[in-house]
Design a protein around this ligand. Sequence first.
Ligand code: SF4
Length: 64
Amino acid sequence: MKVQIDYDLCMGDGNCSKVCPEVFEYDNDQMLARVTVSEVPAEYADRVRQAAEECAPGAIVVEE
Ligand code: SF4
């Protein structure tokens, strides 16, 4: 699984970094989240999907 953030949509609330901090890091200076892995480890896949579902603007793009 791969995951990206669409910065045209991200509103910077940081929820993804609370749901799965192993994959999403919140940058307090930029007020944006970023993905810290190139490939999502299998054990975090469900929480990455959850973060994508909870991302209100739909900014998390998951590639299975
Ligand atoms: S949950 Fe979505 S809108 Fe919020 S910081 Fe993460 S990618 Fe951006």
